[in-house]
Design a protein around this ligand. Structure first.
Ligand code: PBG
Length: 323
């Protein structure tokens, strides 16, 4: 035999020496859910181990994550139904607890990177990411709403805006609006290739944000398409996105790979709620080893080309590699 690849696997030291992909807490972005109130820590039924926090408890949670080396967070608001309307007006209201929380978190932890979601769904009485009229999602009527939402978040002190709505032209629209208002330093991590996926279920439970009618297939992408992801990436790149995200991650590793090969800005991936819920459920049944499974999953997303990963496993994984 001329080649024996097993020689490079013969000890842990050698395996580690020739390891091609590295992953640490610095590559993780932790999605967290915020609810109005005090002393609230509500477990999300379909996403065990994840909670809706009120800001007082969330600040403590962030501190414990920072102590584990997690420096990036993406926060989502669970909004009462009574505050929702057709134009998502609460999203940029001065009363909005989410905006106040952004301010408080950045005041207490100026060194962390805090990311927000820009889309209408948590605030929309229709449960859609865009403005609805006669059962249709109107692209150009949605853009000014997204602009206002993004500006309000920038004013509250957000580091990175995450437009997750998939309206056409929203990156340029938000970028121009932020720049005109003096927020040239606020970054945009665009949900570039966001697919109409079955794996968002637990997230919609967490926020009670499922569409009241229809589905999201006229704006989120068809899971069958790959070249279209490149088109979306070209547009977001030209419109000024700082980072491009692929979502979900696991069924779309090929998309992460192709964007990484073709675009010279950071590529990120969202390991979404349903992907994590499957692992929680199987581990709970004793059908797979949780720590090994999450390590392999996160590593594979990095190997595919993701510079950073949004994942509900962030805290568990950071704890695991610390010990
Ligand atoms: C909202 C949004 C969704 C997710 C992130 N932002 C849900 C959706 O598009 O319906 C999903 C995240 C997850 O499942 O973890 N625009």
């Amino acid at each position: 035999m001329e080649r024996r690849p097993r020689r490079n696997r013969k000890s842990a030291a050698i395996r580690k020496m020739v390891e091609e992909t590295k992953i640490g807490a610095e590559h993780l972005i932790y999605p967290i859910f915020l609810k109005d109130g005090k002393g609230v820590k509500e477990e999300i039924h379909s996403l065990p181990n994840n909670y809706r926090w009120s800001i007082d408890l969330l600040l403590k949670e962030i501190e414990s994550c920072v102590n584990l080396g997690i420096m990036s967070f993406d926060m989502f608001p669970a909004v009462e139904d009574t505050l929702k309307d057709t134009i998502a007006s609460y999203s940029y209201s001065e009363e909005n607890f989410y905006l106040k929380a952004i301010y408080q978190i950045k005041k207490e932890f100026p060194e962390i990177s805090l990311m927000s979601d820009v889309a209408m769904d948590p605030y929309s009485s229709d449960g859609h990411d865009g403005f609805v009229a006669d059962g249709k999602i109107l692209n150009d009527k949605t853009l000014p709403i997204l602009n206002k939402m993004a500006l309000a978040q920038a004013q509250a002190g957000i580091d990175i805006i995450g437009p997750s709505d998939m309206m056409d032209g929203r990156v340029a629209s938000i970028r121009n609006y932020l720049d005109e208002n003096g927020f040239t330093d606020v970054s945009i991590m665009s949900y570039t290739a966001k697919y109409a996926s079955a794996f968002y279920g637990p997230f919609r439970d967490a926020l009670n944000s499922a569409p009241k009618h229809g589905d999201k297939k006229t704006y989120q992408m068809n899971p069958a398409n790959k070249r279209e992801a490149i088109l979306e990436a070209e547009l977001d790149y030209l419109e000024g996105a700082d980072m491009l995200m692929v979502k979900p991650a696991l069924c779309y590793l090929d998309i992460i790979h192709v964007l990484k090969e073709n675009f010279n800005i950071p590529i990120t991936a969202y390991n979404v709620s349903g992907e994590c819920a499957m692992v929680y459920a199987a581990a709970e049944k004793g059908w797979l080893d949780y720590n090994n499974a999450i390590s392999e999953i996160l590593l594979s997303i990095r190997r595919a080309g993701a510079d950073a990963i949004l994942t509900y496993f962030a805290k568990d994984f950071a704890r695991l590699i610390k010990n």
